[in-house]
Design a protein around this ligand. Structure first.
Ligand SMILES: Cc1cc2nc3c(=O)[nH]c(=O)nc-3n(C[C@H](O)[C@H](O)[C@H](O)COP(=O)(O)OP(=O)(O)OC[C@H]3O[C@@H](n4cnc5c(N)ncnc54)[C@H](O)[C@@H]3O)c2cc1C
Length: 410
């Protein structure tokens, strides 16, 4: 437990790092807090970057917040090295930041496409507001976009690009979109919806290379079948990898992300970590998971601040996230891959439904909802309580949700 003589340095001024700094003050910590971020912008919301056009910067906190809260905000500064034993950070301008506690919140970076032509002008990835401005500035009527990767970011950009009037093709190597993160029912309905909006979706299709147009920009995406898709712009959305190089060089235990415990502690005393860069335990599950979501980073920020300040450990949260595509508001809780059977409630083709994923004992392990906030809240609550449900009652959308419960919280 730390007192006000302790200096805290938070590296990474995104969702996780900013929440840690803000929560420290909210819980009365009075010592020095410095928040260092590589981007030149004040901390901002990432989710709108793929969901709305234009790359508007939506700040996480009002401009005055940091000064009012005595949070030293150092922007446009990349931390190059960490001496974990001494809690010293080396910044890219050669300066050193000496602290007593370090919290790492470096996030993740987009995975690059490893094919010829992947670095041609007009080929984009999306993580930052500058990426979003560069990408959406190139979209509009008469422009054609190829999205490589049918994950959430790819599909959200496909939806945004259609709204901007661009021609859109999504190329996905797996047999369906959202293969890693969604069940087949949801993935199939989203595919149908994108197609109905004029997006071409090619699944089971790999990209072999990108070729230039006469002006030197990307001109086509070449598929492994040899087929060529002419285009003006490409977005590569094939997942993200944790920014864990700094932690690895500092000797922290990493395995596809910095390993942390349920208090956000790394293997180095004095160093905590949160957010997309971590692999973390989840209550009731064995192993560690790398989750990429705002709620997960927020939960870990609470864990770290509780640990630092000697507060009671926060109650475990059910992992969840959201996505917006066209007029579909998706909310997903739990881990879809852990289910054995699914129960659909509502009309899959009607734009409003929920897919519950159950384990062998009839417990809800995940719920995917489209425009169904009641089902989302119920599913999340049932997961937290370990409730067992009756599939036939749950599938009957005319029956109240509480009648589905066999055992546990309603
Ligand atoms: C386009 C997009 C849409 C998304 N939509 C959703 C959504 O709808 N719902 C949802 O739950 N999640 C969404 N996410 C995921 C969500 O944004 C992340 O899970 C969340 O931002 C993780 O917070 P973080 O603090 O770990 O990382 P980030 O918010 O990425 O912050 C990390 C920061 O650290 C900085 N940094 C990295 N290295 C250094 C260094 N060496 N020195 C200093 N600073 C450094 C980075 O520049 C960055 O600003 C989306 C992500 C993207 C990219």
């Amino acid at each position: 437990m730390i007192d006000d003589s302790v200096r805290v340095a938070v590296v990474g001024a995104g969702h996780g790092g900013t929440t840690v700094a803000a929560l420290l003050r909210q819980h009365g910590f009075g010592g020095p807090v410095t928040l260092v971020g590589a981007e030149p912008h004040p901390p901002y919301h990432r989710p709108p970057l793929s969901k709305s056009a234009g790359g508007a910067l939506e700040p996480l906190r009002p401009e005055a917040f940091y000064a009012e809260q005595r949070i030293g905000l150092t922007l446009g500064a990349t931390v190059r090295a960490l001496d974990a034993r001494e809690s010293v950070l080396l910044l890219d301008d050669g300066s050193r930041l000496v602290s007593d506690v370090v919290v790492l919140a470096l996030g993740a970076r987009p995975r690059r496409l490893q094919v010829p032509g992947a670095d041609l002008p007009g080929v984009h990835t999306l993580r930052t507001v500058d990426d979003a401005r560069a990408l959406t500035g190139e979209l509009g009527p008469g422009r054609s976009l190829v999205v490589v990767g049918g994950g959430y970011i790819g599909l959200e950009i496909a939806s945004t690009a259609r709204r901007l009037g661009a021609e859109v093709t999504v190329v996905e190597v797996a047999e369906r979109v959202l293969g890693r993160s969604a069940g087949a029912e949801l993935a199939d309905r989203l595919t149908a919806r994108h197609r109905a909006q004029g997006t071409r979706i090619l699944t089971g299709t790999a990209v072999a290379g990108l070729t230039p147009a006469p002006d030197g920009r990307v001109g086509a995406v070449v598929l492994d079948s040899g087929r060529s898709l002419p285009c003006d712009v490409v977005l590569v959305g094939i997942g993200a990898q944790p920014c864990d190089e700094l932690a690895r060089s500092a000797g922290l235990e990493c395995d596809g992300g910095v390993l942390v415990d349920e208090r956000g502690r790394t293997s180095a005393p004095g160093v905590w970590a949160v957010g997309d860069m971590t692999r973390r335990p989840l209550a009731g599950r064995s192993g560690r998971f790398r989750l990429e979501s705002i709620p997960s980073a927020g939960e870990q920020a609470k864990q770290v601040v509780a640990d630092l300040l000697g507060l009671p450990a926060p109650a475990p949260e059910v992992p969840w996230f959201w996505s917006d595509q066209f007029d579909l508001k998706l909310k997903i809780a739990g881990l879809v891959g852990l289910g054995e059977t699914t129960v659909v409630r509502g009309d899959l083709d009607g734009g409003r439904f929920a897919v519950f994923h159950l384990d062998g004992a009839g417990r809800v392990v995940a719920v995917e909802t489209v425009n169904s906030p009641g089902e989302f809240m119920a599913g999340k609550k049932w997961m937290a309580a370990g409730s067992v449900v009756r599939p036939d009652a749950l599938a009957d959308a005319s029956a109240p949700l509480r009648e589905s419960i066999v055992e546990g919280a309603t």
